[in-house]
Each structure stands twice: as C-alpha cells, then as structure tokens.
Design a protein around this ligand. Structure first.
Ligand code: ZN
Length: 894
C-alpha cells in the first residue's frame, strides 16, 4: 500500500533509503551486557565499549555478519575476545561497521573518539552551557559508539564516566552509582550500573557543574526512592513544582495503574539546549529547561501546567516505554500514544477535567487535523520512513492517545485496567508491537478489535455526517450516521472504522438528558442510560431510539469520544440550547464554538464581498448570558469566552483566506467588547485575588478569566482597560499577569506604552533565557504589519541563537504562527522561514525539519500564496539536504 511520492518516486527512492515495516527481521546478534567507559573532553572524548554479544536464537545461522551502526565516530580500535581485528576483517562506511565473521558468542571491544563540541544536531553526546549531556532516542546512540542501535536489542549497562574533577564535579548515568574515585591529573570517575535491560535509546550521561534538590518517595510496597533534580546553581529556586509533580505522578501511577517505581533513585536534569521537551532515559530523565523549571516570577500558569504534564509523561514512560518497549520504531505510538493518554488523564485528575479536555481537543483539532489533511499525513503506525526523527508527530503522539482513549471508551475503565495489567505482566522486559497491546485489551474484554486495528493503519481524519429525526407519533428517534475517511498520500481507498460515539438526547422541553433505549431491527432493546456509547462500524448505520418522550436535540461525540469531524445540521437555536443545557461540559463548550463559527462564516463572507459586517445578536446574547449567570466553574467559563483561534477557523475553510479570517475574528472580539464592556469589567474586578501565587486550579482559573476579560477590553483600547493593563504590568505580581499585560500592550496600537514596557522587561530579564524566550515571542506575534522587520532585527540580538532550539521556537516558530504576517502577500514571511530552514539544515536537521512545517501546508491557500510557498520549498530542495529536511520537502512537493 505504499504508492507514495507518485511522480518523482524514482528520484526519491534512489537518493535516500526508506525503511519499511514489512522488512522487519530480528537482529542477527543480541547484546546481553554493555560496559562503557567515557573519558570526557570537549572536542575529543574517548568512548570504550565492551559488548557481550551472542547470536539471536531466532536467527541462529552461522556466517551472518555483525552489523553495528555508527555515525560521526573516529574508530581507534576494534577487537574480538581480546584479539585486535585486521583491516580486512571489517568494513566501515558512513552508516557503521560490519564484521564479516564472528563466533556464536563473544566479547567485542571498540574504542572511538567523538567531538561533543562540534555536535550542533544535539543528538548523541553534546555540550550545553559547558555541561555534557546526551539525547539518544531514536538513533543518537550510534553517534556515541558502534552498536546494534535498535530498540529490540536490550542489555544491562555498566557505565564509567571520567572527567575533570573541577569543571565536571557531577558525573551521572542510568541506574545506581557503584564506585567512584580520584584519578591522576585532577580527574575523577563514577561507575553506574543499570540492572534493567534496556535498548540503547534509553542510555543517558550527564556531566557538569550542577547542583541538586533532593526529596524522597516511599513506594506502595514500602521502598524508599531518592528523588533528585539537577540544575545549574542559578536555577535551584525553580525546581519545587517539578518535584511536587513528580511525587504526584508516582503516587497516581500506583493508584491508577498499580505501577511502582523500580530503582533506588530517580533523577531529572535540566538542560538549556534540547531538541524536544524531555526524555525518559532509565532512572535519569533529561529535560529541556523550559519543560521543568518554574518560578511564579518567571513562568506562567500555562508553563506550570505543562511542566506538571511533562514530568508525569516522562515518569509514566518508566512502565509504558521502558519496562515494555517498542520492537521497532514503527511501533513508536505503542509507548507514546499510551503515555500521552496516561499523562492527559493524570492532568485531568489533578486539575479541572473538562478544561484539560477542552484544551487538548482544541489543540488536536487545530494541529493534528491539519497534519492529517496535509502532504505529511501518515498513519498512527507508519509503514515506511526515511528519517524516523520526522515521526515524532502529533499523529503518533496525540492521535495515538485518542486511539487508546477510544479503547477505554469501548472497554470501560475496569476492563481497560485489566488489559493494561495483562500487557505489563505479559511483556515486561520485552520489545513488542502495537497489536500485542490491543490483543491484551481484546482478551480481557472479549471484544473483537480486528476492525479497530484500522485506526493504526489508515491515515486521515474520518468525517461523520449525522442526521436525526424524531417521530412524535411513535416516540422514535432515528439517528443516521455515515462515515468516510478522505484519501491521504499513498492511501486512496479507506475502509470503515470502528468508532465509539458517546452521546445523549437532550429533551427540548425538559432540558434534561433522556434515557437512551437503543432498539435493533428485531425489536431487541438495550438501555444505555442517559449518556451512552454507540458503536459505529458500517459506512452508514441507523440507530433507533424508542420511548423518547419529547423532541430532543442530540448531543453527539461527547468528550470528543473519537478523533473525527462530526457534522450535524444544527440550527443556531439548537446550539444556543445545548450551550446552556448539555450535561456534558465539553459539548457545552463545543456548542459555543459551533455557534461562534457560524457567525464567523457570515462575517468572512461579508468581508470577502466587501459588504458591511453585522454582528449576530444571538452571539452577543449568548456571551452576555455566560458573563452574567454566575458560573461555579470559572475554568470552563474562561474557555467558553475564548474565541476559536485563527488557525482553527482556517481549518474549517476549503481555501484559507488569512485576511478575512483575521478581520472577521477581530470584528467579533471588538463587537463583544463594545457591547459587553461593563460585564467584562465586572469579571475583571471580581477575579483579582491578592492571595500569594500558587499554581492551583482555582487560582489559575481566576487569572485566566480575568485576563480573558482584559483582552476583550484591550481589543478596543478602552481607556480604563489600558490603565488597568499598565497597573497589572507595574505591580508584577507573577509572570502570568505580567506576560498577559505586556502582551496586550505590545499587541495594541499604543506603541507609546508598549515600547518602553518591552525595553524595561528585556533589560530586567536579560539574565534569564526562559523569560527572554517569552520576550521574543511576544514581539513577533503582534498582528501589526511591522513584525517581519522586527524578526530580522531580533535574529541579530545578542541573546538570540539558531543553535538553541528554544530560541528558534520562540522567535521563528512563533512568527510562523502569526498568520497575517507570515502569510504576507509579498512572500517575505515564507522567504524568512526558508532562509532559517536552510541554515538549520546544516546545524540541526531535526529542528529544521520541524520548523519547515508551515510551508508544507501550501495546498490550503490561494494560488498566489501557493506559488510563493512552493517557490521557497523548491529553493530549499536545491540545497544539499539532510535526510530529515529532504523527506519533508519531497513529501510536501510530491
Ligand atoms: Zn513520550
């Protein structure tokens, strides 16, 4: 089923090798134990590896060569069972080392030299702020030593780290420290042992001048675990929240999944230069400092919540990922989808559950839907790749999590938990496949999940059309659902999926959920209660509900029970009704979104046709009701008051009209601000608490609500609001309020206030890279037309660097989300991004291949912009490309 890359397939396949799932073979040899010695030096680190190797029992044929991956390594020596190899006994190329003849069981010794300082790709061993650190997933270990670097080779590790005692007082690796000592020439060493067999991608090493914060956790069986967070000295006061989050996660995983931690210590290290959020290395998680450090004065509420979620995610990987890992990288979602699902549920449990769901789904429907509809669409389990680093995507992570969530809907929690227990028990210590996980779920529940497996194989977002009809005479309600999944690159014909649709029927008279009695053709009735899950399996299926006492409005896909687009011909009255009466918090919010989108549609059309825009009074009434009817859930209210983003509105349009969307959305914002000024002001004043900052759900909800209200008022530069904003900024109570205020000023036309505020903020925080990231972002997300020049100017700022992924994201990534400016009709926005991609292609291919994404979405725009975007993709294509960027560009232009 790989009909990809149609017209230039030949060129594509010949230049870069693709890897296919169907070609999987177990490794010819496995490693049972790995001994490593690192002699650290910034530009000439020596790595000695002793591998205990044996033939794999499933491929027990003599004469199979030993194949070791290795990249950017300088080979010093290689020996088998103590005998150095002659040059003719092995071959080395840019991919690795092949040894033609080896015994059935032997010790392999190699020594290589590597250059951490030259490593700007941030894969393998590199230096960040003078600190040595590693990132090995997925294929970074091969930049450290020659190794069968694939997840189905699992070994115990013993690692000795040698370094300068003065500059590198702290030497860390996985597991437990077993020996340490002084060495000549001011050097010292520590030896670490990890008793749990692991694939090389979970290896980690850290060495630097670090300080730690410590705590303890007692596991459910009474074992004491030492918890450490290692940071640079100036960040010691920013670890409290991560530590509290870690302890909450450990407890939650015991209570919710029965999973206990399995080593005597658990370490987290914060690193400034890091490609991703964090990494779950066994016993030694390494974090991007942005994903672990928090302080009320430097981090916003959103960051506090993100840190909590990522700390949990990496911790949960200890079981879903490390104890049970992936057989090959096609199975990536086995660990990532399940672990994202686990961290989402954790965050929902310890915060506001409906808000967590609303946030996750609005992100998902904007960003993952766009990926699934574009040229880089791929299934949750891809069947081929050129560069696996390109597949750490929203589809693998977030859609993978939605697929696991559907299993939870289909099985119910109790069976789902029994399936999870069976999975961990049966596969502990193994590297397995997605079907192994699903089989456990089928086995404990008795459900047939064969059709369900299509969710892993078919790319694209399924579309469901729903129609309902109520028969007053019989009291029957007919719900007809039809599904179809659009074609995606290489996949033209899609089969129907097994889709759980959670739903209710809300009585239009009573305003309450009616009891669902689902009746089949033979008259057999099944009572689903007031909130039930129906199983859509066919391309088209009609569900008949009987004894429906009054005409209902259907509430469908509650809680977003499946990652699909659902269309139903709701009238604005229906939506206003659901907005107040739906018992499902998520669908209440979604009714508001749908209502707003209908109004926006009219306004976008008006803008295009050059006719005067008229605000829908029903929308104003709905917002007034929200603002005045005292709500007991401020967190949900803040979400309800938030307009759909420009990106989400764009997702609804066949051809994206960037300017019309912006104008229509601004019109709604400003109309609401004019007409509901007093209500917004009241909300602002009612939610100014003077309690000391804490990242509690209650406080976060109040700040959010207050700042949403202020944002409406600032959209019309209301004089009182300007004063309040300036005050909020000057008081500087916490970064959430400061950042909100600074953003509102900077995005307003009051440059007389904005420029001095930005200058003062930049000077105050010049020493703190994470705050400066926010400073860069605030400036390049403003809607005014001068932004592109500002981006170019800021790229020369002494604190900006293309070598730091956080800076690239904060400045370039944020600019590319600034829709009106990035999509300027002179193409300068596209050109700027392409320039950066070309530069990063040399420095850091992984980041280059991520930052290019907005250009790959050219098909969504008008012809002029399409041509401009394609021209930039062609300009990139003419460069000598890394596999990462090559794969993205070829897919985009296929
Ligand atoms: Zn993960």
């Amino acid at each position: 089923m790989v009909g990809d890359f149609t017209h230039n397939k030949e060129r594509f396949m010949s230049e870069m090798q693709a890897t296919y799932l169907k070609d999987y073979l177990p490794p010819a040899y496995r490693v049972t134990h790995t001994e490593l010695t690192f002699d650290l030096d910034p530009s000439a680190t020596r790595v000695k590896a002793r591998l205990h190797v044996e033939r794999h029992p499933e491929r027990d044929e003599a004469d199979l060569p030993l194949e070791l991956f290795g990249e950017a390594l300088t080979l010093v020596s290689v020996a088998i069972d103590g005998q150095p190899l002659e040059p003719h006994e092995f071959q080395e190329d840019e991919k690795g080392l092949t040894i033609t003849r080896v015994p059935a069981r032997f010790q392999l010794d190699t020594e290589v030299e590597i250059d951490p300082d030259a490593n700007t790709a941030l894969e393998g061993l590199y230096r960040s702020n003078g600190m040595f650190c590693t990132q090995c997933e997925p294929e970074g270990f091969r930049r450290i030593t020659f190794y069968p670097d694939r997840p189905d080779v699992m070994a115990t590790f013993s690692t000795t780290v040698i370094g300068d005692a003065k500059t590198l007082p702290v030497l860390l690796s996985n597991g437990n420290p077993v020996e340490k000592g002084e060495l000549p020439n001011g050097r010292h060493f520590v030896t670490w042992e990890d008793p749990h067999p692991k694939p090389a991608y979970l290896f980690a090493l850290v060495a630097g001048s670090l300080e730690k914060v410590e705590d303890h956790f007692t596991t459910m069986s009474g074992r004491e675990v030492l918890l450490q967070i290692w940071v640079e000295p100036e960040n010691l006061d920013k670890t409290e929240h991560a530590m509290a989050s870690l302890k909450r996660s450990m407890k939650w995983d015991e209570e919710t999944y029965g999973r206990e931690y399995d080593l005597d210590r658990f370490m987290i290290v914060a690193v400034n230069d890091f490609n991703m959020g964090a990494m779950e290395n066994k016993g030694l998680n390494i974090f991007n400092s942005a994903a672990v450090l928090t302080h009320p004065q430097t981090a916003t509420d959103a960051t506090f919540q993100r840190v909590e979620g990522i700390v949990a995610h990496e911790y949960f990987h200890n079981w879903s990922g490390n104890r049970v890992t992936c057989r090959d990288w096609f199975q990536l979602s086995l660990k990532e989808g399940f672990t994202v699902f686990r961290d989402q549920t954790f965050s929902a449990d310890v915060n506001s559950a409906p808000v967590k769901r609303i946030e996750d789904v609005s992100f998902f429907r904007t960003a993952q839907f766009a990926e699934d509809a574009g040229p880089t669409a791929h299934p949750v389990r891809p069947d081929h790749y050129i560069e696996i680093s390109n597949f750490y995507t929203l589809t693998i992570y977030e859609k993978g999590a939605e697929v696991v969530r559907m299993l939870r809907h289909l099985l119910g929690w109790d069976d789902f938990r029994r399936g999870s227990d069976l999975y961990f028990e049966r596969f502990d210590g193994q590297a397995v496949r997605i079907e192994d996980f699903v089989a456990c779920m089928a086995e404990v529940s008795g459900l047939d999940l064969n059709q369900f497996m299509r969710w892993y194989a078919q790319a694209g977002t399924p579309e469901i059309d729903a129609h309902g009809e109520y028969d007053y005479a019989t009291g029957h309600y007919h719900l007809r659902l039809s599904q179809r999944t659009p074609a995606t690159p290489g996949q033209f014909d899609k089969l129907p999926l097994h889709i759980p649709v959670r739903m209710g029927l809300v009585g239009t008279k009573s305003g309450h959920d009616l009891t669902l009695k689902l009746t089949d053709e033979s008259g057999e009735t099944q009572t689903l209660g007031k909130d039930g899950v129906i199983h859509l399996r066919e391309a088209e299926q009609t569900f008949v509900f009987t004894d429906v006492e009054e005409a209902p409005v259907p509430s469908l896909l509650r809680g977003f029970s499946a990652p699909v687009k659902l269309r139903y011909p709701y009238s604005r009255e229906d939506l206003a009704f659901l907005l107040t009466h739906d018992s499902d918090g998520f669908n209440r919010w979604d009714a508001g979104q749908r209502l707003t989108l209908l109004a926006l549609d009219d306004l976008i059309a008006a803008h295009r046709n050059g006719v005067e825009k008229v605000m829908d009074v029903r929308l104003v009434d709905a917002y007034r009701a929200l603002l005045t009817e005292a709500s007991d859930d401020k967190a949900v209210l803040a979400e309800m008051l938030t307009l759909p983003s420009e990106a989400y509105i764009a997702e609804q349009q066949p051809v994206v009209d960037v300017d019309a969307i912006h104008a229509a959305r601004e019109f709604v914002r400003q109309s609401l601000a004019w007409q509901l000024r007093d209500e917004f002001l009241a909300v602002y004043h009612d939610n100014r608490s003077d309690e000391a900052y804490a990242p509690t759900p209650e406080q976060i909800a109040e700040r959010r609500l207050k700042n949403v209200a202020l944002a409406y008022l600032m959209s019309v530069e209301d004089e009182e609001a300007v004063t309040l904003t300036q005050q909020q900024l000057d008081q500087g109570a916490n970064m959430t309020d400061v950042r909100a205020a600074l953003t509102l000023l900077a995005h307003s036309d009051r440059s007389d206030l904005a420029e001095p505020a930005l200058k003062a903020f930049g000077e105050k925080w010049a020493h703190d890279p994470l705050v400066m990231d926010q400073w860069f972002t605030i400036q390049v997300t403003r809607p005014q037309a001068d932004v592109l020049e500002r981006v170019r100017f800021l790229m020369n700022h002494p604190l900006f660097s293309l070598k730091n992924p956080n800076k690239v994201r904060a400045l370039i990534g944020a600019f590319a989300q600034n829709r009106v400016n990035f999509h300027r009709l002179d193409g300068e926005g596209y050109k700027l991004l392409a320039d950066v991609v070309i530069e990063l292609n040399r420095l850091n291919p992984e980041i280059a291949a991520r930052i290019i994404t907005p250009l790959t979405r050219w098909q969504r725009f008008d012809e002029t912009r399409q041509a401009l975007m394609k021209a930039e993709l062609e300009r990139i294509r003419a460069e000598k490309l890394s596999p990462n960027v090559y794969e993205m560009v070829e897919r985009a232009l296929a």
